[in-house]
Design a protein around this ligand. Structure first.
Ligand code: CP
Ligand code: NVA
Length: 310
């Protein structure tokens, strides 16, 4: 069984690479159309009586609210499940939870630690499973980010993107996006915080690692960053703060980028750490559009996974 499929032949979205390049582009176009429809007050409710279960092993604002609001707008319903008050938190096997939940709901979104946990759930689910962030990947965020780039600057194909900071889940999803959407990615991360070597090897024809953030940003069309310590790394915060200090996206770094370069951050952000306030609150920043587009891009994703093909 392919990772991106399930027993009843539904599809999962565990990684951006579960989409073909054509599907990914069509999804972005559809997200923009759904945004237009919502803003013009056009009613569109294809999911009456349908439920999305959302399992959160980590905190969330954007992912939770965008999926929940998105399901309601589409005429369905979303269910928030936390390990604190479900049997998942008391050791019920993930496979059993997948079998049970997928007999009751129409799709499941999971935010958890290990990608393997998500994959085990998906392998035993009869309904589509969506990656709402793991330690390895954050593909839903990239759908919103690519929509945001398209809205502001058009096609990202052939553009230069710079990632500054940790070689983390967001960096990995940018790497997969570089392959899917055909752009160049320069990654500026401190030594010892490189992206996963296996994931990098799959994209090394279009991604490079550069140690100097200003050099990495040279001529960039888009500069993106993320927190220095991700969820689950709270005890490394102090050590990372020292090591990552030269990797702040500030005006010096942005001055090396193209004059019309955009700045992105998946949020939540720490001003004065990974990004200077002058950058995130400045004219090149599109972070609020990115956050809003989580709603529209995920509605397009839910459509793709839940509506039968014409
Ligand atoms: N960017 C993002 O996924 O935000 P949340 O952690 O608030 O969901
Ligand atoms: N890298 C961050 C992303 C948060 C949306 C984390 O995993 O905590």
């Amino acid at each position: 069984m392919l990772m991106g499929t399930c027993r009843s032949r539904c599809r999962h979205f565990l990684s951006l690479l579960d989409l073909s390049a054509d599907e990914a582009r069509a999804l972005i176009a559809r997200a923009m159309e759904l945004k237009r429809m919502l803003r013009s007050g056009e009613e569109y409710r294809p999911f009456p009586g349908r439920t999305l279960a959302m399992i959160f092993d980590k905190s969330s604002t954007r992912t939770r609210v965008s999926f929940e609001a998105g399901m309601v707008q589409l005429g369905g319903h979303a269910l928030f499940l936390s390990p604190r008050d479900t049997q998942l938190g008391r050791g019920e096997p993930i496979e059993d939870s997948a079998r049970v939940l997928s007999r009751m709901v129409d799709a499941v979104m999971i935010r958890t630690f290990r990608q393997e946990t998500l994959e085990r759930f998906a392998a035993h689910s009869e309904v589509p499973v969506i990656n709402g962030l793991t330690d390895r990947l954050h593909p839903c965020q990239l759908l919103a980010d690519l929509q945001t780039y398209q809205e502001h600057r058009g096609d990202i194909r052939g553009r230069r993107v710079t990632w500054v900071g940790d070689g983390n889940n967001m960096c990995h999803s940018f790497m997969e996006a570089a392959r899917l959407f055909d752009f160049e990615l320069s990654i500026a991360c401190p030594e010892g915080f490189d992206p996963n070597p296996d994931l990098f090897a799959a994209v090394d024809d279009r991604c490079r690692i550069v140690r100097d953030p200003a050099e990495a940003a040279e001529g960039a069309d888009l500069v993106a960053t993320d927190v220095w310590a991700s969820m689950g790394q709270e005890d490394e915060q102090a050590r990372r703060q020292a090591l990552f200090a030269p990797f702040q996206v500030n005006d010096t770094v942005m001055s090396r980028a193209a004059t019309d370069a955009l700045f992105m951050h998946c949020l939540p952000a720490h001003r004065g750490e990974e990004v200077a306030a002058s950058v995130i609150d400045g004219p090149r920043s599109v972070v609020w559009d990115q956050a809003e587009n989580r709603l529209h891009a995920q509605k397009a994703l839910l459509e793709l996974l839940l509506l039968p093909m014409p």
